[in-house]
Design a binder for this molecule. Structure first.
Ligand code: COA
Length: 295
């Protein structure tokens, strides 16, 4: 679909995206780039980074990929420093890296719970914390009175309660809280706007294949408000709204982009099917990685 925003709305801006090499993160990289931004992507898999950067280059978008794990503070510091060294400044940080799998709480080990909290919540805080010196007003390459902006990708799972996602619900609740606290403190002190986006089920993503697979969700899909899955494009457009001047008075909010789905009551999922699928899907994604067609 054609973007409703002007093509140069982000001209001169530099964005760093964690998890920006695949899925929703890649679509955000692509659309920010198409609207004038230079793109740095941080991710764990070199092959995913290389293929994402090649796609962006083929469209004439300045882009670079850095290997790194948001769970490691030294990786966060190195990638942020390298981004600013390469592009001269940082205007936009998008925290899109996340870990997830569907599992009944009774089968989830404390380490499994901690792993997702470490990636989603602590990883988001770490990236924000280490990015502060670049994003604050007067930071390197920045105007003395204008700060940058942060987008934290969240979810709607914790607005009610979600079946078999206790770890992600807890992690994203923390992410939303981080968004609000930083918006308050850093908006006031440093002119940095911090917002979130909570996507619903988005077609052609690892999120949907892992968390709402056809085998388990086919009946649910018929009951969705708007009767359809979202597109990665929907999340990218919400991002452009929030990071551009279109959203210049929006701070500390998490924008829900789910067609209204979270308003409907959570329905029970068949536990035995989830148990079987959980490990199978995880194994599949580890064995084969994310196919190029899904990037
Ligand atoms: N069901 C139950 N527990 C699981 C699991 C599953 N499907 N997958 C992983 N775990 C547990 C492991 O058993 C382990 O706990 P243990 O040591 O007590 O056994 C813990 O989680 C960590 O697993 P590990 O394989 O060491 O973690 P990792 O760092 O290699 O992988 C994940 C992290 C598990 C989140 C992995 O799914 C991932 O990296 N995903 C990134 C892509 C993604 O999911 N994106 C989100 C799309 S919505």
């Amino acid at each position: 679909m054609e973007s409703p925003f002007k093509g140069d709305i982000l001209k001169g801006k530099v964005a760093l995206l964690t998890g920006g090499g695949s899925g929703i993160g890649f679509e955000i990289s692509l659309q920010l780039g198409k609207h004038g931004a230079s793109i740095a992507i941080m991710g764990r898999r070199r092959n995913v980074l290389d293929s994402a950067v090649a796609s962006l280059h083929s469209l004439g978008i300045p882009a670079i990929g850095f290997e790194g794990d948001v769970r490691k503070r030294e990786d966060a510091m190195r990638v942020l420093e390298s981004t600013v060294k390469h592009f001269g400044r940082l205007d936009i940080l998008v925290n899109a890296a996340a870990g997830n799998f569907l599992v009944p709480a009774e089968d989830l080990s404390p380490n499994g719970f901690r792993t997702v909290i470490d990636i989603d919540s602590v990883g988001t805080f770490t990236m924000c914390h280490e990015a502060l010196k670049y994003l604050k007003k007067g930071g390197p390459g920045r105007e003395p009175s204008s700060g940058g902006t942060i987008i934290n990708i969240s979810a709607t799972l914790h607005y009610t309660a979600s079946w078999y996602q206790i770890h992600v619900s807890a992690a994203k609740a923390a992410v939303d809280s981080i968004t609000r606290s930083l918006a308050l403190e850093w908006g006031t002190d440093y002119d940095i706007r911090v917002n979130g986006i909570a996507p619903g089920p988005i077609d052609d993503t690892a999120g949907v294949s892992k968390l709402a697979p056809e085998e388990i969700m086919s009946k649910e899909r018929q009951n969705m408000p708007l009767f359809k899955l979202g597109e990665k494009w929907d999340i990218a457009m919400a991002t452009i709204y929030l990071v551009s001047d279109a959203g210049k008075y929006v701070n500390g909010t998490t924008l829900v982009v789910d067609g209204g789905l979270w308003l409907s009551k959570p329905r029970s999922l068949p536990k035995e099917a989830v148990k079987k699928l959980s490990r199978a899907v995880e194994k599949r994604s580890r064995d084969v990685g994310i196919p190029k067609s899904k990037l």
